[in-house]
Design a protein around this ligand. Sequence first.
Ligand SMILES: Cc1cc2nc3c(=O)[nH]c(=O)nc-3n(C[C@H](O)[C@H](O)[C@H](O)COP(=O)(O)OP(=O)(O)OC[C@H]3O[C@@H](n4cnc5c(N)ncnc54)[C@H](O)[C@@H]3O)c2cc1C
Ligand code: FES
Length: 295
Amino acid sequence: MTLEFRAEGEVTVGYRVKRAAQLADRIFETWIEAPHVARNARAGQFLVLRIDERGERIPLTISAVDGDMVRVIYMAVGKTTYQLATLGPGDEVRDVAGPLGRPSEIRYFGHCVVVGGGVGIACCPIIARAARAAGNRVTGIIGARTAAYLVCEDEMREACDELLVATDDGSKGYHGFAADVLKRLVERERPDRVWIVGPAIMMKVTSEVTRPAAIPTVVSLNPIMVDGTGMCGSCRVEVGGETRFACVDGPEFDAHLVDFDMLMARQKAYLEEEKVALERFSAQRCGCGTGGPHG
Ligand SMILES: Cc1cc2nc3c(=O)[nH]c(=O)nc-3n(C[C@H](O)[C@H](O)[C@H](O)COP(=O)(O)OP(=O)(O)OC[C@H]3O[C@@H](n4cnc5c(N)ncnc54)[C@H](O)[C@@H]3O)c2cc1C
Ligand code: FES
């Protein structure tokens, strides 16, 4: 972290990027020096960052901690995530707020299963490690479109007692969805606790697998967030017929009580504005109009 004094009385705080790498097509990792986040972060929590003074605040899960550094793994989908992907060691992020959200409930359950889909896999090793440290047997299930999108596979293998892999196209592991792999496992034995992290549709479908056997299942919701502190209401979700704010009441909730259709509808609320922001960023950055991170 660096302190910089601009005008009299005005202190600005920037957070140094220490490492950055591309992990897969449009998926990147960035390690940021943010001691106040790193020292207090627990599994399941997220941070909110803003790249520069005019930037948008975006939430990203804390996927690992190393000393004073935190790691975020993200898919470049719009203006801010593309811009973040252009930052390398020595660059700065203007604000990093966190850790935010309630940590995962970690205690001894018995047999835990941690299921990750797509970029959601990035959140799984930290949960799997914590569950194992609490004495649980942990099975990991990771699924992606193709083998090339299986991020953090080695970390998951190391964090879990057993790791099962699925790809939609059969390029690695089971040919099919993570939900199918979970279904087979549930038919074989009844796990005591299941976490599912991934795109909303994946969480919706996968949590149906554990519903008939009433296996306690937790999902990490990703509604659009603005302030991350429960004040703006943009992250409201419906859980068990009640309105909850994902940033302060979650992001983890009982999967069998979440209204996923409402979550998916609200995620699309700003599609037009997001498109315009990305087009403007692309035009400013290189003039080529692709919006891609060109380094
Ligand atoms: C608690 C939490 C943790 C998250 N952790 C991660 C993470 O670890 N890695 C990661 O890649 N993403 C994560 N997300 C999603 C991430 O915040 C969005 O991808 C990001 O805000 C997009 O910003 P943008 O300006 O690049 O794109 P925008 O222009 O804002 O959006 C581009 C596209 O992404 C969709 N989108 C925007 N926000 C979200 C969202 N919150 N969830 C799903 N789709 C969204 C939009 O509908 C649009 O289609 C998390 C979201 C939450 C709420
Ligand atoms: S992001 Fe504003 S209330 Fe949750």
